[in-house]
Design a protein around this ligand. Structure first.
Ligand code: AMP
Length: 119
């Protein structure tokens, strides 16, 4: 017997079941502000599909969709800051991933020097 998995928080945002400040939408991608920003600009770029848990699965399963996420991140960084940004895909619980629906963090604005973290 198979059961339908619960929708992820990001699917619920895309379906307008949970409010979010959406900054971009296309047929396959949605982007919105992170609810707990770690930088002056902190956006999440997310495929509508929840099929891929992380960037490794996405890169193997649909490289064109991964490319669209990267291109969207670059375009949003041009709109929201100076076009320079840090792109983070937390991959696995030990690496800080809490939502297992692949997403890119786009961090921009003035970021701490010499740090790869988001804290
Ligand atoms: P990660 O820890 O890499 O899985 O990232 C998940 C991110 O989703 C965190 O930075 C959260 O702050 C963010 N987040 C969780 N729920 C929401 C929400 N309802 N709206 C916007 N961002 C969210």
């Amino acid at each position: 017997m198979s059961s339908t998995p619960e929708p992820t928080v990001f699917e619920r945002i895309a379906a307008r079941e949970i409010p979010a400040e959406i900054v971009f939408e296309s047929e396959r991608v949605i982007a919105f502000r992170d609810i707990a920003p770690k930088a002056p600009v902190h956006l999440l770029v997310v495929p509508r599909t929840a099929e891929y848990r992380d960037v490794v699965e996405l890169g193997a399963g649909d490289p064109a969709l991964l490319q669209e996420i990267v291109a969207t991140a670059a375009e949003l960084a041009r709109e929201h800051c100076d076009g320079q940004f840090r792109l983070i895909f937390n991959t696995g619980e030990a690496a800080g991933q809490t939502v297992f629906h692949v997403h890119a963090h786009v961090l921009g604005g003035t970021l701490p020097e010499g740090s790869l973290g988001t804290e």
